[in-house]
Ligand binder design. Sequence first.
Ligand code: NAD
Length: 521
Amino acid sequence: ASPFSTSSVRMVDYITTHDKIANPQNTKMFIDNQLVESKASTWIDLHDPATNNIVTRVPQSTPDELVAAVDSAEKAFKTWRRTTLLTRQQIMFKFVQLIRRDWDRLAASITLEQGKTFADARGDVLRGLQVAETACGITSQLTGELLEVSKDMETRSYREPLGVVAAICPFNFPAMIPLWCLPPAIITGNTVVMKPSERDPGAALIIAELAKEAGVPDGVFNIVHGSAPTVDFLIDEPRIKAISFVGSDKAGAYIYSRGTANGKRVQANLGAKNHAIIMPDANKSQALSAIAGAAFGAAGQRCMAVSVMVTVGKSKEWVGDLIEMAKKLVVTGGFEPDADLGPVISPQSKARIEGLIQSAADDGAEIVLDGRGYKPAKYPNGNFVGPTIITGVKPGMACYEQEIFGPVLVVVNVDTLDDAIELVNANRYGNGVAIFTKSGPVAAKFQREIEAGQVGINVPIPVPLPMFSFTGNKGSILGDLNFYGKAGLHFYTQLKTVTALWKSDDADAVDKASVNMPTQS
Ligand code: NAD
């Protein structure tokens, strides 16, 4: 069956295959609620990772275009912040309906530009949609506090928007991460300038069209494009009050330090090396299939991918079964109905991943399943890497220390749970971790002692739904207000407190001003 058969959107709206596109259109910007063709002199070619055919050209937005986007957002903020919460909520209700309506269209854009399988791309959309759905409950999430602090006097607090905020997004979740930012930012009254990844901006543009159709007014959501020059503009532009960044360590450290030095609020989610600990008492087949899915799904290009399996004691004997499971995964173009994993994002990424696999052998580890050089017959020019498993890995090896961001699982063997905890705690990253066990006390000790921000107990990718927040820690985050959930709303708002005195009698005449520190008692 066609993966598109359930959609209500017209088929012609889709780009449904990996076929060569005859006349690739340039990617537009979205400024003041209009799709705008850039006057850029620099363009970035975007290739379908399964074929390396050109899909579109993405502009490096010009300085004037970048200023125009902020002008539009600044103007819109004046009126958008005054709209009632109920008005914004109604728009958000409509927005979530439209994302559901165009779910397959969004997923098709993701598969074409990013490479992940169509089913996985639908999940990418869903996890972003859930943030928008949760934002619909804003009327009970944004209430302030009130206290009668003295006779006739009360203090109350409000959360107010910041103004124009920016989002700088990575390539690996083209819908989810824009939607981590947009709904909480606009429902709280801010206006947004977004820079999607220059490697796959298509989904963000569809989201912008849907936001407009839902009733988001002109200028509330703008999209500009490009690479470092656009980022430099956003982090230096004084009218932008806050930056949400998700991506690699290098870009994140730079954006965080320069953005905060410029007086902006910055939340930055960075790289990861997520461990899954497999205890000898675990349910073997459930644990292995969960780990294989989390290691190789999305070709390992998830910040919460399991990239290290830690076998404790006898569970090291299960690697053979894991290899058999990994061999069954189908690696091919993401629109193929049987695809389990698609290509990685670029030839450079493939070369980097294969280099790290080679480094493991050079460092004395054993490549027990080697996905290098894999070419699906139908997609000989794609950036494919097959599932790869490396055993005998030790801290200090490049394949252990670096985020590989490909379908590669390294296996470290330890003797005890304490050894496993020590290994994870010594790692510089702290995005996610999982343990597979049937023992409640083991799980309880693990969750207490482990230093990682998102802990899964028999759950391989413990990314919380948006009623919680995405809570990576250690080297996986800079800044202290997490994406989405309560922390996300706090990131996009500032507190205002009002202290009011309404005297119940005004009989006493005052003839001398009191100059002492007011105690409000
Ligand atoms: P990336 O850092 O290359 O790009 C992210 C954004 O930063 C893009 O918009 C890009 O244009 C911009 N950018 C890149 N280099 C820059 C530079 N030198 N100066 C200024 N801006 C720059 O990241 P990516 O490859 O798109 O994404 C993959 C990375 O993102 C992985 O490390 C992954 O772990 C991480 N990630 C983290 C999370 C999380 O929540 N922790 C989620 C998704 C992805």
